[in-house]
Design a protein around this ligand. Structure first.
Ligand SMILES: Cc1cc2nc3c(=O)[nH]c(=O)nc-3n(C[C@H](O)[C@H](O)[C@H](O)COP(=O)(O)OP(=O)(O)OC[C@H]3O[C@@H](n4cnc5c(N)ncnc54)[C@H](O)[C@@H]3O)c2cc1C
Length: 374
């Protein structure tokens, strides 16, 4: 088979490239995926009870990029959705990220009032203060609340999520965790927050609906690479796998999901409840909150972080440590040597955690750069 472009991986990164190449350049694309579906980790499907579920864990769309919003809006209508997360802390369910309402719920009223007025006076209402910055405050109450949030919300969750202590992760991860000096209980504050009306799978199917795009599923690139003649390639699989792990394996964290369906309408009071301190799972998601579906039954996903074992588990999260960054750099140098014949992109190709909007934004940017260069 001969095509202009071979794209490995039919997730959001691969689909954005395929769509742009077919529509903008009129060139032919073969996009393949080892899974039996498109849309990568964003895939959603109806389970045997007729409930729409996110097969690889909860996916919520949010972005500040008008470019990404406008681009994806060509392929889907949206259902407005503000994501809310509660954390089980000291026996109460309080809003996360930790905010003024969480403080009100957790502490006696005089104490809560004192802490809240100090936060507002020092940092201003509406600000996001990184916990690590707050830990350095000279005021005892501010240090107390920072320490409380760090221990009860962040530290234990990080241990479960990554199997590592926060200080062993890249500072970029720990330095971002904020306390919100506001009463906005939404998990995200992005300008655009919504869910695709018919789901992510339908959105990606529409992106790939073009006569110049051919989709091949249940196909590993390694198994057919000799049978396809192509001019150029986009690779959104694991970059270390592409280079036969010559510098060693890039580590990932994986997940195991326990999926339960209950014979009643709703089982919890928010889309996601985090359990930073109890149990060995991190969070439970109730799918109907995300999808807006009405149904007499309800499905939940309970998430257990597990070590990734190559060939046995799904490589979900690149592990953000300095050592891993250095290892990735060696593969990046290998990819630079290919001088643009192969474009590496996406969560696995760039060994970088991207939200969906970031994955699309990066694919749009790389496409436009490549398109300019011919
Ligand atoms: C648990 C979880 C929750 C998330 N929640 C959110 C969220 O709420 N909001 C948000 O914006 N983002 C979320 N994300 C991130 C989102 O999943 C990614 O941004 C998005 O999937 C990136 O798309 P991608 O195409 O780069 O990668 P992927 O979706 O991983 O697609 C890569 C595809 O390549 C295929 N592939 C790999 N190797 C080969 C090979 N050798 N041959 C053939 N095919 C191959 C894989 O099967 C896969 O389908 C979440 C991620 C995870 C893991």
């Amino acid at each position: 088979m001969k095509v202009d472009w071979l794209i490995v991986g039919a997730g959001l990164t691969g689909a954005t490239f395929a769509e742009r190449i077919a529509n903008e350049r009129g060139e032919s694309v073969l996009i393949l995926d080892q899974r039996d579906h498109i849309a990568g980790n964003a895939w959603d499907e109806y389970n045997s009870f007729g409930i729409l579920e996110h097969k690889y864990g909860p996916h919520i769309f949010h972005t500040n990029s008008k470019q990404v919003w406008d681009y994806l809006s060509q392929f889907t209508e949206w259902r407005p959705y503000f994501h809310k997360v509660l954390g089980s802390i000291d026996g109460k369910l309080v809003p996360l990220p930790f905010n003024l309402n969480s403080i009100d719920q957790l502490f006696p009223s005089s104490m809560a009032e004192r802490i809240i007025s100090k936060l507002v006076n020092v940092y201003g209402y509406g600000s996001r203060v990184p916990i690590l910055e707050l830990l350095k405050a000279s005021d005892e109450d501010l240090r107390f609340i920072a320490d409380y949030a760090y221990k009860n919300v962040f530290e234990q969750y990080t241990l479960k999520q990554w199997g590592m202590r926060p200080e062993d992760l890249s500072p970029a991860v720990t330095s971002r965790v904020p306390i919100l000096v506001s009463r906005d209980d939404r998990y995200f504050q992005d300008t655009f927050q919504a869910m695709p009306l018919l789901g992510f799978g339908v959105m990606v199917r529409r992106m790939l609906s073009h006569p110049k795009i051919r989709i091949m599923l249940k196909t590993r690139w390694q198994d057919i690479q000799d049978q396809i003649i192509f001019d150029r390639m986009v690779f959104t699989g694991p970059i270390d796998e592409f280079f036969q792990f010559k510098h060693g394996k890039l580590p990932y964290r994986s997940l195991k999901f326990q999926v339960d369906t209950f014979p009643f309408e709703l089982s919890q009071s928010a889309a996601v409840i985090n359990y930073p301190n109890e149990y060995d799972y991190t969070r439970i998601t109730e799918m109907k909150w995300l999808t807006g579906q009405r149904h007499s039954q309800t499905t939940t996903f309970t998430e257990f972080p597990i070590p990734h074992v190559h060939g046995q588990t799904v490589p979900y999260y690149p592990i953000p440590t300095e050592d891993n960054k250095q290892l990735f750099k060696l593969y990046q140098e290998e990819s630079d040597a290919l001088q643009g014949k192969v474009i590496f992109a996406g969560r696995l190709g760039d060994y970088m955690y991207y939200n969906m909007d970031q994955a699309v934004a990066r694919a749009l940017m790389l496409f436009s750069k490549m398109n300019k260069n011919g």
